[in-house]
Design a protein around this ligand. Structure first.
Ligand SMILES: Cc1cc2nc3c(=O)[nH]c(=O)nc-3n(C[C@H](O)[C@H](O)[C@H](O)COP(=O)(O)OP(=O)(O)OC[C@H]3O[C@@H](n4cnc5c(N)ncnc54)[C@H](O)[C@@H]3O)c2cc1C
Length: 444
């Protein structure tokens, strides 16, 4: 008889997971707290957009939906840094043709739900998970409209209910699992650069735009309709923080002086400032990620992170692929698969979180430093000459499937080595010479 499973959460990861599980032949019932987003008219460009990179694509490809997602994805080949005078500097992400992609989170979620449903998953909306009995594999849901409660039994449960997961809370409360939440000192707010005349883009479309300012930064990714979704990441308190931005004058002065080229192309900045929420950011660590052969956590419910490497969704998609591979390899032995998944994915969740915090400093601070850009050029040159000896950290994370834990470990070793190389006298003049390549060869 076919096994019946319950997935809590029809977000990005829950939807992809349900697709994988229907393809394995399970009967898949998904319960989502929100209403069906597909019943509303959605305007692209009014929500977070996400960087989708190699790991995400690998998982989408394996699930057979890569070509559908390509239709809503915009290639992003480089970073473009904006200085305080509006001057631009380019930094390609990888080698020629290598890119990440910008996708609207809402469009992506709608598409993934559609694809999951087309593949046979049963999606239930307005159903909030309020309790889990891990001994009976039973979840209690409350309908958010009628307040009616029901209990659903299944062969096993997958918790894909995001950063504030109730499935995880039940595990932590009932089994005393490790749990920690570390909020960072920075908040974020989204702002939209509208499309120009006839839907044209007011900045370069195929780039991630960054306004690095040391302790804080603004960034932007293109949407399909010609607009850009921008995000300000700034400290909660202190200099240049959200604390000092309370009225029109303060907000406009802030952007005019710190991000002048951005300020010029956003006509309704203060309106947006008032309407859009300011949100906080944090890292969630928990362990184990499963309870026996009953329940498994995937996606943000297991490893929510800060968004600075653009990898949260990518990691969640990778979770789905790895789970599918484990089920395949272990003849669907759920007990074994959940245990192995927990053990092998946890270090990668931690690695992802370390990488994400590290990249915050790189983006907000280092991308404005000419020496950092030289360092990246040296790494790229060396990596092209000796691809077996060196893959730059960004490429390991965004253009490969090397585990996050491994990428973090290798990346930190490389960082130490590059510190030595960058001490070379007149490095800004000699960086492109054989001498530097030889030094790298010696040190590596
Ligand atoms: C500002 C920002 C920028 C980001 N940028 C990127 C990026 O560029 N690239 C990238 O890869 N990632 C990025 N991320 C991270 C990415 O958005 C998340 O990692 C991803 O959405 C996680 O997917 P998920 O399905 O695990 O969780 P979610 O997308 O949060 O989905 C969880 C779902 O569960 C539902 N739910 C919650 N509680 C219950 C309940 N009790 N019962 C039933 N349903 C419930 C929710 O309504 C939701 O639909 C970013 C995040 C932020 C905040």
């Amino acid at each position: 008889m076919k096994k019946e499973i319950t997935i809590v959460g029809a977000g990005l990861v829950g939807s992809l997971c349900s697709l994988y599980m229907t393809r394995r032949g399970y009967i898949v019932n998904v319960f989502e707290r929100r209403k069906d987003l597909r019943s509303e008219i959605i305007t692209a460009g009014k929500s977070i957009n996400l960087a989708l990179s190699n790991r995400g694509w690998t998982a989408l490809k394996k699930a057979g939906v890569e070509s559908e997602v390509k239709k809503i994805a915009i290639p992003v080949y480089k970073r473009v840094m904006h200085d305080e005078k509006g001057n631009l500097t380019n930094q390609p992400y990888g080698n020629e043709g290598q890119c990440i992609y910008s996708v609207s989170r809402v469009l992506m979620n709608l598409l993934m739900m559609d694809l999951a449903e087309k593949n046979g998953a049963n999606l239930n909306f307005n159903e909030k998970c309020i309790d889990v009995d891990f001994n009976k594999n039973q979840i209690k849901f409350e309908n958010t409209l009628t307040k009616k409660r029901k209990s659903i039994n299944s062969d096993f449960i997958i918790g894909a209910d995001g950063a504030f997961s109730n499935v995880r809370k039940q595990m932590v409360d009932k089994y005393n699992h490790h749990y920690e939440y570390n909020e960072i000192d920075h908040d974020y707010k989204e702002l939209l650069i509208p499309a120009g005349k006839n839907g044209c883009y007011l900045m370069e479309k195929n780039a991630l735009h960054i306004w690095p300012r040391g302790e804080f930064m603004l960034m932007a990714l293109a949407n399909l309709d010609g607009s850009f979704t921008c995000t300000l990441f700034a400290p909660k308190k202190g200099k240049n923080s959200f604390e000092g931005l309370n009225n029109k004058k303060e907000v406009e002065n802030y952007f005019k002086s710190l991000f002048p080229d951005f300020f010029e192309i956003v006509p309704n900045l203060y309106e947006q400032w008032q309407t859009n929420p300011t949100s906080n950011l944090g890292i969630i660590r928990t362990y184990p990620w499963h309870v026996k052969d009953s329940t498994l956590l995937i996606g943000d419910s297991a490893h929510a992170t800060v968004p600075f490497y653009g990898q949260g969704m990518n990691c969640g998609f990778e979770d789905c692929r790895i789970l599918d591979e484990l089920l395949e390899k272990n003849n669907e032995d759920i007990n074994k698969c959940f245990k192995i998944f927990s053990e092998i994915r946890k270090p990668n969740g931690d690695g992802l979180q370390d990488l994400s915090m590290h990249n915050f400093i790189v983006m907000r601070d280092k991308t404005a430093d000419p020496m950092f850009l030289i360092q990246k050029k040296i790494e790229k040159k060396f990596s092209n000459l000796y691809p077996k000896k060196w893959t730059p950290l960004y490429s390991m994370v965004s253009f490969s499937n090397i585990s996050y834990a491994e990428a973090w470990k290798i990346g930190m070793k490389q960082e130490k080595l590059m510190e030595e190389v960058m001490k070379t006298k007149n490095i800004e003049k000699v960086w492109n010479t054989d001498e530097i390549m030889q030094k790298m060869l010696f040190l590596v």
